[in-house]
Design a protein around this ligand. Structure first.
Ligand code: GTP
Ligand code: MG
Length: 196
């Protein structure tokens, strides 16, 4: 699994994405949370997906073909403060269209910075996914930047907030693109969905 990874195409429109004849998994979350880094970590390729210290690096819907049989999708982040109203509206349209209409999408991984308290913008986005009936899992990132205990506390806080509105909590992973933490669990989870 993840033996072969290749970039296929970037798009602004889900209708121009590769034919939806293979299962796919998308990574989304706030700008700079570590989506592109996580794709590189999962595929063991240093710069397959472009990363940057500056938020707003990924601007398009990027398809990566894995083992010639399924796709990982890197999406642009939300919540980038320095973007214009027009850009934000374009992002919303592009991402919502993709998420609502991409028939081969199996699950959306929502990435959350494990160092932060629950953020309104993440909670609202997760709420929207839930209301739209889009399957999701949560991936807490950058675990290496603090103790594991602190990361787990963040997850516990997040769960407490979610429980106020969600009956069933989604799958939750704690990861680090630096150390590879969570890679095995995330791979296994994807594999399980691919096999079912
Ligand atoms: P946008 O494309 O701008 O939305 O950002 P992104 O979510 O794709 O983030 P990206 O992967 O580009 O990472 C942003 C910054 O965080 C980069 O400087 C990464 O090196 C750093 N980073 C990402 N993941 C980790 C991690 O697990 N640990 C540490 N220490 N740094 C990380
Ligand atoms: Mg990115």
């Amino acid at each position: 699994m993840f033996d072969q990874a290749q970039f296929v195409i970037s798009n602004t429109d889900y209708r121009k994405c590769p034919k939806p004849d293979k299962p796919e998994f998308a990574f989304i979350g706030r700008s700079n949370v570590g989506k592109s880094s996580l794709i590189n970590m999962m595929t063991a390729r240093k710069s397959l997906a472009k990363t940057s210290g500056r938020p707003g690096k990924t601007q398009l819907i990027n398809h990566f073909l894995i083992d010639e049989s399924w796709y990982l999708v890197d999406l642009p982040g939300y919540g980038y403060a320095k973007t214009s109203k027009k850009n934000r509206a374009a992002w919303t349209e592009m991402i919502q269209d993709y998420l609502l209409n991409r028939e081969s999408l199996q699950i959306v991984f929502v990435l959350i910075d494990s160092r932060l308290d629950p953020q309104k913008i993440d909670l609202e986005f997760i709420q929207w996914l839930g209301e739209s009936g889009i399957p999701l899992a949560l991936v807490f990132t950058k675990a290496d930047k603090q103790s594991i205990n602190k990361g787990q506390q963040s997850i516990a806080k997040f769960k407490r907030v979610l429980k106020q509105t969600w009956e069933h909590l989604p799958m939750i992973f704690l990861t680090s693109s630096e150390t590879g933490l969570g890679k095995a669990e995330l791979s296994e989870y994807i594999e399980h969905i691919l096999e079912s």
